[in-house]
Design a protein around this ligand. Structure first.
Ligand SMILES: Cc1cc2nc3c(=O)[nH]c(=O)nc-3n(C[C@H](O)[C@H](O)[C@H](O)COP(=O)(O)OP(=O)(O)OC[C@H]3O[C@@H](n4cnc5c(N)ncnc54)[C@H](O)[C@@H]3O)c2cc1C
Length: 415
């Protein structure tokens, strides 16, 4: 359908999680809605979520699971559409849920089922969808908005921007929404990758690559502790990955962007204290003095990690425990408890699950998601300066902010 001179009550730009929720909510309040998506399909990113299973919310929800500065803002928005609302909404469109440790997935355990259900609901609700429609410019005209697109002009009384961030750009979130928001006078907090792997030039990365092992990772910037997390760390050729690394990555990335010296210190043996390990070494040394030092620790920690640690301290792999002696063995244990990776940065936006930064929250009203600078303009989803931890928090943010923006825009249209 050609969009030329089409007029609607509400135009939603961005057909991802937040945009679909906003469009459905506005349409549910009786408003004519146009949903504009510049890729071929709605909700492409959803397919990648939760390793293809879509962890779409979390039973342990709250502002404390978000890492951006203004968490009060997030808390207010989450209250307007809570986890129970999300579960009910999805059940009504045929998505039953299952949870593991509070992490909620569709019962089918396929992200495609949730994406399909949302798209079918968009179709059923009468929302007019333009795909492969690129919004090139937005102008204000007679209290409303004129969207100039590659498919013609669209006039709208209200406008919701839900264009996502720069994370996973192949799904369509290419950052163009920041330019649109800026053109409507909004400030953008510098977007940077978050929930992303960290890169390091530590030479032992290659030795340790391929190992997954429980550990605690702590981020320091210029010597100051910023964040820590515990879980399965993945050691890779380029650096470190895994959920705990994702959780702390935004702090490392931001500090690096501010030219700080960043260290990720990994406790490879979080269940043991250093004293306990020293005591064990004392007891075992006599009996096992002929074992080489790698074998001496191989029942405690993955061999590749032990090798990396041994190389880091410049010890000879073939040395026996007896030759090394207590002092050197203690030194190795300390390294295992406090192994330092110099962080050079992160992997690119292609690998990031979300972005930190985005539309400045102080310019948006958390009661309505309306811009404080431009009447009739609303924001939803990751385009805003909000980033949650791994665990369904970012999608809950998309549902809550999308719902609130759609409802508020509809109230203005119906006034
Ligand atoms: C690999 C991966 C795994 C993830 N796993 C989870 C998870 O399990 N749980 C969780 O909670 N979160 C997860 N996330 C994060 C979550 O998917 C996002 O936070 C959420 O999808 C953001 O929704 P959104 O609608 O704001 O943005 P998006 O989903 O990015 O949607 C934005 C849409 O706008 C369109 N668009 C952009 N610019 C324009 C324009 N100028 N004109 C028209 N259309 C435009 C894009 O094509 C896109 O379709 C994951 C992310 C990734 C990448």
């Amino acid at each position: 359908m050609k969009a030329d001179k089409f007029k609607c009550g509400c135009a939603v730009v961005g057909g991802g999680a937040a945009g679909m929720m906003a469009a459905l909510t506005a349409a549910g309040h009786g408003v004519n809605v146009i949903l504009i998506e510049h890729t071929k399909r709605l909700g492409s990113k959803l397919l990648q979520t939760g390793n293809g299973k879509c962890n779409f919310t979390n039973l342990d929800m709250g502002k404390e699971h978000f890492q951006n500065e203004d968490r009060e803002f997030v808390g207010k928005v989450l209250e307007s559409f809570q986890v129970s609302d999300t579960l009910e909404f999805f059940k009504e469109i045929g998505i039953y849920s299952r949870q593991r440790g509070g992490y909620v997935y569709p019962n089918s355990e396929t992200a495609a089922s949730l994406q399909d259900a949302l798209r079918a609901e968009v179709e059923r609700s009468g929302v007019i969808v333009y795909t492969e429609c690129q919004v090139e410019r937005i102008k204000r005209e007679r209290g409303g908005f004129v969207l100039e697109t590659n498919q013609g002009r669209i006039n709208a009384d209200t406008l919701i921007l839900a264009t996502g961030s720069k994370a996973a750009p192949k799904t369509g979130s290419d950052g163009s929404g920041y330019i649109l928001a800026k053109s409507l006078s909004h400030s953008i907090i510098k977007p940077l990758p978050a929930l992303v792997q960290l890169t390091s030039d530590n030479r032992q990365c290659k030795v340790m690559a391929g190992v997954r092992s429980t550990g605690r990772v702590t981020i320091y910037a210029d010597g100051k502790k910023l964040a820590e997390d515990l879980g399965e760390i993945q050691y890779t050729e380029y650096g470190i990955s895994g959920i705990p690394v994702f959780q702390v990555s935004r702090y490392a990335v931001k500090a690096k962007d501010r030219k700080k010296e960043v260290l990720a210190v990994v406790d490879m043996l979080p269940e043991f204290s250093e004293e306990e390990l020293r005591e064990d070494i004392r007891k075992r040394l006599e009996k096992e003095e002929n074992k080489d030092i790698v074998s001496f620790f191989a029942g405690l920690l993955n061999k590749k990690l032990v090798q990396g640690v041994v190389k880091s301290v410049g010890a000879d792999m073939n040395m026996t425990a007896g030759q090394a002696g207590e002092k050197k063995l203690y030194r190795l244990v300390r390294e295992m408890k406090e192994y330092s990776f110099d962080i050079t940065g992160s992997r690119s936006y292609e690998y990031a699950q979300v972005c930190q930064g985005g539309v400045k929250l102080s310019e948006v009203n958390p009661e309505s998601m309306e811009s404080r600078l431009c009447r009739g303009l609303y924001f939803a989803g990751e385009l805003l300066d909000v980033d949650g931890k791994c665990g369904g928090y970012n999608l809950q943010w998309a549902w809550s902010s999308g719902y609130l923006a759609g409802k508020s825009a509809a109230e203005v249209c119906n006034d």
